[in-house]
Design a binder for this molecule. Structure first.
Ligand SMILES: NC(=O)c1ccc[n+]([C@@H]2O[C@H](COP(=O)([O-])OP(=O)(O)OC[C@H]3O[C@@H](n4cnc5c(N)ncnc54)[C@H](O)[C@@H]3O)[C@@H](O)[C@H]2O)c1
Length: 249
């Protein structure tokens, strides 16, 4: 058990990557708070996981709600060791100028402000415990941006730079901050990224850009999340780890 006696909060855990991260963390011995704007979905995943999981409603773009979710995890588990900022959203792949300012602001609120809020909510607690781990879900979009998703891509660039800067700022407190940069995966956001109805042709076109020749599985990302959140990675901070079958090489 690689996370025995550890406690974690995973945002966006009702679906996709977050759901798999929560499952794998629980399998490896952690107690996990599943925080999602979709409470029903988070409760269903928590029920499936069993006693090690709890669910809480949380809009990650709202600082008060993030703080309340962190407080709920601390109250339920007696402390918190790991925070995974996974919840995310995108505008559909499409023409640059078709994205209005309200959509742009919403993107930043969910993908970027969320990390500001989580930092404020967990860092004082991590400091009292003598350390902790924060893991942010970035994207290959923040390393090698492609057309049609500029505004989304830029949020992931911000996630990656915040990860590195937080890592150096918080290292004296023994708080590690890392990020994962997955390539396309068949989650709730897939169609948004592809920008056309999912079809064998659309997937084929995308697959041709991934040297290992397949999409990212949620289990690929969860395995990397487990490693970076475990003691095995105790000397790793400020890492942006692509989980991308070689796409960004
Ligand atoms: N799927 C991909 O191809 C891909 C690739 C690179 C990065 N990512 C990133 O992975 C992360 C997870 O996305 P996913 O692919 O699993 O998609 P998903 O849509 O399956 O899951 C996203 C989850 O976030 C929740 N969520 C959305 N807005 C929220 C909010 N304001 N507050 C709280 N929860 C909210 C949703 O309810 C959902 O459960 C995102 O940060 C996304 O940008 C995805």
């Amino acid at each position: 058990m690689r996370l025995k006696d550890r406690t974690a909060i995973v945002t966006g855990a009702a679906s996709g990557f977050g759901r798999e991260i929560a499952r794998v963390f629980a399998r490896e011995g952690a107690k996990v708070m599943l925080a999602d704007i979709n409470l029903q979905g988070a409760e269903a995943v928590a029920a499936e996981i069993g006693d090690a999981a709890r669910a809480v409603a949380c809009d990650v773009s709202d600082g008060d709600q993030v703080r309340a979710a962190v407080d709920a995890a601390i109250a339920a588990f007696g402390g918190l060791d790991i925070a995974v900022n996974n919840a995310g959203w995108s505008h559909p792949n499409g023409p640059l100028l078709s994205v209005d300012h309200a959509t742009f602001r919403k993107l930043y609120a969910i993908n970027v402000d969320s990390i500001f809020h989580m930092t404020h909510a967990v860092v004082p607690h991590f400091r009292t415990r003598g350390g902790g781990s924060m893991l942010n879900i970035g994207s290959t979009a923040g390393i090698r941006p492609r057309p049609g998703l500029t505004w989304y891509n830029s949020t992931k660039g911000a996630v990656h730079l915040m990860t590195k800067s937080l890592a150096v700022d918080l290292a004296p407190d023994r708080i590690r901050v890392n990020a994962l940069a997955p390539v396309l995966a068949a989650t709730g956001l897939m169609e948004t990224f592809i920008g056309q109805p999912d079809s064998p042709e659309a997937r084929e076109k995308f697959l041709a850009t991934i040297p290992l020749g397949r999409l990212c599985e949620t289990t690929d990302l969860a395995a990397a999340a487990l490693f970076l959140s475990s003691e095995e990675a105790s000397f790793l901070t400020g890492v942006i780890l692509p989980v991308d079958g070689g796409r960004c090489v």
